[in-house]
Write a protein that binds this ligand. Structure first.
Ligand SMILES: Nc1ncnc2c1ncn2[C@@H]1O[C@H](COP(=O)(O)OP(=O)(O)OP(=O)(O)O)[C@@H](O)[C@H]1O
Ligand SMILES: [Mg+2]
Length: 358
């Protein structure tokens, strides 16, 4: 049993509430990602679970056991840090064996476990090297090996990949995903990289200033973000937001005005929206209006972002800033009046507080 339960957890540094009182249950065997901007309290939360930081108030339970006063070594957690934190004067073998030696594991057992873990992480050929003789990715795999070797109930990761170059990051991300599939440990993974979060997580906890904005699977966060913060934080390029006015619609529809145009949404809304959000991948510039469309005046392409398989255009226009999926062939062919067109059912509506209207 290794469900993690946080009840009214608070952390105060120098009279500032970094985490003002947070409730969260992290299910056993799940891979949970804590995602949020720099300084929102992700590491602090993780370190409180690990026992490296005390909670100012509230209760932390792991597998039902209250652990507030339990030392880090006794909590059944192992942590992987951004900065590897390997012992420079010890070989890979000795680094990995260290937690077992501290736990006074018999020598034979240590050798067996080091060999197994090294095989699992493809480190067998590197066991006699020192950390300085390893690449960043290899070092991080050793750090992961050292965390896994005691077979902890809970694995805690604090941005383990952010010091690596993109290619290595992608490769190690896949390795971590595979590891998780085989080990099925309760894992809490801190990152501010949403791609990492979306590919690894069973469940993502979006944090902002020490508060939970939303908890959900990658699809839920992407398609039904609870508010404009989550909507703007998840997805690249960032979602477009426009101020709208609501006009009464017929049964089962809602009519909004935006930039002098009427947009009919194919559903009734429980309250009038103040803003709508549309992801750039659903937006196109067209010479004739699409299903839902707004005319663009004075539009100027500020920058074009070429992602290889597709390009996004960033416009300044009468609607403000607009990001859209470019179809250069169509634009070259059609030219003329520009409409911003998008499918009406992809429009998300938010109230004046920024909360999603279902
Ligand atoms: N020991 C400390 N003393 C005082 N303030 C601290 C301490 N540790 C963290 N903080 C503050 O608490 C807040 C949360 O810090 P934390 O390290 O948890 O953020 P984070 O979400 O992990 O950010 P990042 O993505 O940059 O790592 C920050 O405002 C930070 O300045
Ligand atoms: Mg951090």
């Amino acid at each position: 049993m290794s469900e993690i339960q946080l009840t009214q957890i608070r952390k105060t540094f120098d009279q500032t509430d970094v985490i003002p009182g947070l409730d969260l249950t992290i299910p056993e065997g799940h891979f949970t990602v804590l995602l949020g901007p720099s300084g929102c309290g992700k590491s602090t939360l993780l370190r409180m679970i690990a026992g490296l930081e005390s909670a100012s108030a509230g209760e932390i339970r792991i597998g039902g056991r209250l652990v507030n006063d339990v030392s880090p070594a006794e909590r059944g957690c192992a942590m992987v840090f951004q900065s590897y934190a390997l012992y420079p004067h010890k070989t890979v073998r000795a680094n990995m064996a260290y937690p077992l030696r501290m736990a006074r594991t018999p020598r034979r057992e240590i050798e067996k476990r080091v060999a197994e873990t090294a095989r699992f992480l493809e480190l067998t050929d590197l066991l006699d090297r020192y950390p300085r003789q390893l690449s960043g990715g290899q070092r991080q795999r050793v750090a992961m090996g050292r965390a896994m070797i005691r077979r902890p109930e809970v694995l805690l990761y604090d941005e383990p990949l952010s010091n690596l170059d993109l290619e290595l990051r992608v490769r190690l991300r896949l390795e971590i995903a595979e590891l998780q599939r085989e080990m099925k440990r309760t894992a809490v993974y801190v990152t501010h990289d949403q791609t990492e979060a979306m590919t690894l997580a069973d469940s993502i906890v979006v944090l902002r200033k020490g508060r939970i904005e939303q908890v959900g699977g990658p699809d839920a966060l992407y398609n039904a973000p609870a508010n404009t913060f989550v909507a703007g934080f998840i997805g690249t390029p960032k979602m477009n937001f426009f101020d709208v006015q609501a006009v009464a619609g017929d049964a089962g529809t809602s009519i909004l005005t935006l930039g002098g145009s009427r947009i009919t949404l194919p559903r009734a809304l429980s309250r009038p929206p103040a803003q709508i959000g549309i992801r750039p991948e659903y937006c196109a510039l067209t010479s004739t209006p699409g299903e839902a469309a707004v005319p663009l005046h004075d539009s100027r392409l500020v920058i074009r972002e070429n992602l290889g398989d597709r390009s996004f255009g960033f416009l300044s226009s009468s609607l403000g800033k607009v990001t859209y999926l470019m179809d250069e062939a169509a634009q070259a062919r059609d030219g003329g009046v520009q409409w911003l067109s998008f499918p009406a059912q992809k429009v998300l509506c938010f109230d004046a507080r920024g909360d999603l209207i279902h």
